[in-house]
Write a protein that binds this ligand. Structure first.
Ligand code: NAP
Length: 273
């Protein structure tokens, strides 16, 4: 990579940010297309978020990804918010369009692309989402347009109810809350959208005995989880969170450059790490 006076700067604002794999993914994709862009991590303390966002304009940064803990707090600092980011209540990508800062959320569409690349269609399917947080909101925004039914299991009643009410406003299908999971028989696709599985000793998001081989099991956690391993052993079709991570990045890349990245290159950069 040759940095020069015309290099377009992109990056990620997070706190912490050391763990991010996005620089490897994006820089490999810029290089593959011979684009004069680079992607750098910015460790942005919460106290400095506002000034960091102002710096995007001041320093003519082309765009940034936004990660924990800034995804929600960044919204009032932007000039415009996309429809899905506004529904989700969180931004993961900012585009600096000639000085106008526009917030997007590419997570949900990234998840849908990861299903598509695995040959999975949601049409006619009953889908159970476990979790009612930001990621569940981003995924359900899209699922609520095309699946047969969407069921959501959430730990905090108020958060779950708010999500259901919001989805009913925009969705075209039936959306139901699920209090306790006693059986998975009526679901075709089951998605873990909680952090359960990040830690080795976490319990599974659902009882192992409830899994059947015709289930499609998705886990959006970036690394391979016990849930995915067990489901695969049971004969289920599985989709882990790496596809969503890559595709949400690919969509941000397209917003900043106007070009589609080579997703295979991004995947290779990620797996190398
Ligand atoms: P979030 O907003 O904090 O929501 C987490 C959800 O999981 C909430 O509904 C929370 O319930 C529930 N939860 C948390 N701990 C739980 C537990 N021990 N048992 C049962 N439910 C629990 O987080 P998020 O942004 O949605 O992220 C969720 C996961 O998705 C994270 O692991 C994140 O790394 C992953 N993710 C992956 C991608 C990707 O590209 N692959 C993108 C975004 C997120 P309460 O409401 O009661 O707290």
């Amino acid at each position: 990579m040759q940095i020069n006076g015309k290099t377009n700067i992109t990056g990620i604002f997070g706190y912490p940010v050391e763990h991010t794999l996005s620089p490897q993914m994006h820089n490999a994709a810029f290089k593959a297309l011979n684009l004069n862009y680079c992607y750098v991590p910015f460790l942005v303390h919460p106290d400095f978020l506002e000034i960091a966002v102002k710096s995007i304009r001041a320093l003519n940064i082309k765009g940034v990804n936004i990660t924990i803990p800034h995804k929600e707090k960044v919204i009032p600092l932007l000039d415009e918010i996309s429809e899905e980011a506004s529904f989700i209540g969180a931004v993961n990508t900012i585009l600096n369009q000639d000085g106008k800062l526009i917030g997007y959320n590419t997570d949900g569409r990234g998840f849908m692309y990861s299903l598509a690349e695995n040959g999975i269609s949601i049409k006619g399917k009953n889908v159970l989402i476990i979790g009612a947080g930001g990621a569940a909101r981003s995924i359900s925004y899209y699922l609520s347009q095309d699946a047969k039914m969407v069921y959501i299991n959430g730990r905090t009643k108020e958060r779950l109810e708010k999500l259901i009410v919001d989805l009913k406003r925009i969705g075209k299908i039936n959306i139901l809350p699920v209090d306790k999971i006693f059986s998975l028989d009526e679901y075709h696709i089951i998605i873990n959208a909680t952090p359960l599985g990040l830690k080795e000793d976490d319990p599974l998001p659902v009882e192992e005995s409830l899994l059947k081989e015709d289930h499609i099991i998705c886990d959006i956690i970036y690394k391979r989880t016990k849930f995915i391993d067990i489901a695969q052993k049971k004969g289920c079709k599985v989709v882990d969170g790496t596809g969503m991570l890559i595709w949400q990045g690919a969509l941000a890349f397209e917003l900043w450059t106007g070009k589609k990245p080579d997703v295979q290159i991004m995947r290779m950069a990620l797996t190398r790490e």
